[in-house]
Design a protein around this ligand. Sequence first.
Ligand code: ADP
Ligand code: MG
Ligand code: MG
Ligand code: MG
Length: 400
Amino acid sequence: MSQYHPLTEAEAIEIARTINEVFPTGEELVSKEIGDGNLNLVFHITQPATGASLIVKQALPYAKVVGESWPLSLDRARIESEALVKQGELAPGLAPRVYKTDNELALTIMEDLSDHVIMRKGLIEGGVYPKFAEHISEFIARTLFFTSDLGMNQQEKKRLVESFINPDLCKITEDLIFEDPYYDSPNNNIEAHLRDAAEAIWADEELKLEVAFLREKFLTNAQALLHGDLHTGSIFVTPDSTKVIDPEFAYYGPMGFDIGAVFANLLLNYASQEHWSADEAARRDRRAYLLNTIRDIWTLFEAKFRKLWNEHGADRVFRAPGYQDSYLSRLLQDTVGFAGAKTVRRIYGLSHVADIDSIPDAGARERAQRLALSIGTSLIKHNRKAVSIEDLLDIASAAV
Ligand code: ADP
Ligand code: MG
Ligand code: MG
Ligand code: MG
């Protein structure tokens, strides 16, 4: 069974059975494929007699994109597995446990997190996650710091960069986030009522200049090992636990891209609240909760990152007075810019978000889409002028 082929349910069960720490006894196992099937298979394997369970995730050698197949390297399964292990070491408790990796079959066997909820769904349903800011700020501060030239041996870092070269998945990001939305590309997925908004963006040279700077950073700035796809669909939550999954886009890139991804997805949910909140008071509360969460994440992240640097930063040149402040200022600006780019692409690029797309009323959906575009484009245009996280929050609050 070791040569690559997409697993059947029976084969997934056979492989799961080898994980003795989860299934020490021989009772029957049941498999259910629960992935969305675009890029990967996800088998949920349970043992009804004992209640034990695990997840087998297998990469497919293609992505289904607008009905077509787009070849995609299976090496991303190795990258996902290695990133999960590294993130779990650097941020204990914040990534699923990995039981086994098989690079030939392009699969990872990992902890079943079905007692958690995918955060996008949780937010749509009005969930509140009081530990989330603490947890995700810990995840980003530790994974970014300890994989950067600030927090690890700079020669070893170069080898790590090499083992996370991820060209196929980087190209998806480069195309879908940093190119297609700014041109009349066939990959865009534009609802007819948004055509004028997309056309206005295609003609906005000030905006496109900022996108060029962001694209350059994504292509060239090997600052830290990123998760690479840190939206709320890659985060499992409960009120007291947070687990980050799905780092198949991991590569060495600019730190602000991960932080911006979290903020963008909170802002997309913010933009959708006219529909999801019951009335105006509830909407105000919900939006305040989302913006406060962003503020808390940045504030906690910055404090943790500075503390890690002060305690573990070995490079004496980087202790030059003013350098740490400058680094954090630039990181905030990157975060604001990437948050904007990640917001815009979700409105009329190839891949949208359920927070907005599942609003059934076309009028309410369009208002949410236009609000998100207004926030996203303002963040992109403002990014190099941002001086505080309040800039981002003010832009979101002021947008209509
Ligand atoms: P993809 O890369 O195809 O997006 P994900 O890793 O995001 O795959 O997984 C897709 C879905 O499978 C998740 O939204 C979740 O419902 C389920 N899933 C993935 N990993 C786990 C896990 N460790 N525990 C429980 N469910 C999982
Ligand atoms: Mg998916
Ligand atoms: Mg996913
Ligand atoms: Mg994925």
